[in-house]
Design a protein around this ligand. Structure first.
Ligand SMILES: [Zn+2]
Length: 145
């Protein structure tokens, strides 16, 4: 499946669409408008320092790219932790009342009894009628054709 994502140059604001890069891909390239260097990571376009990336030493380039990606991940992780804390707070707050739940678990057996199980006659009918049809190519043609 081909999917396209909307991207916006963090240098000049130029907008466009690109093919969704493969999962985990880190793609570095220039903006077609301003030729500013960007890195595309997890569907996001992050600005790179063109001077460092083009003229810096290997170690400088590596550190610059790492710091850009790390900052992006740090922001994401911070958001995740924030919303996770909120979720966990909700859970721990609502965890108080249902302390009586183990007593109710005995009645849970009634639920499974009440749940309609497939009658044996249904199973037999399936075995007799449906299974032979699986070999019948016309049967599939009728469904998928
Ligand atoms: Zn640009």
């Amino acid at each position: 499946m081909l999917s396209v994502i909307e991207v916006k140059c963090p240098h000049c604001g130029a907008q466009g669409q690109i093919m969704m890069p493969p999962l985990g891909a880190i793609i570095i390239g220039p903006c077609p408008q301003c030729h500013g260097l960007v890195v595309i990571f997890c569907g996001r376009v992050l600005p790179l320092d063109g001077d460092i990336m083009q003229h810096g030493a290997t170690r400088e380039r590596r550190e610059h790219l790492m710091s850009v990606l790390t900052r992006f991940l740090e922001q994401n992780v911070a958001q995740i932790i924030d919303s996770l804390s909120a979720e966990l707070n909700k859970i721990s707050q609502s965890a108080g009342p249902p302390a009586t739940e183990p007593a109710q678990s005995e009645t849970a057996g009634d639920l499974s009894d009440a749940a309609p199980s497939i009658p044996d006659t249904e199973v037999e009918r399936f075995l007799q009628q449906e299974l032979p049809m699986l070999d019948d190519k016309n049967y599939f043609r009728a469904i998928f054709g």
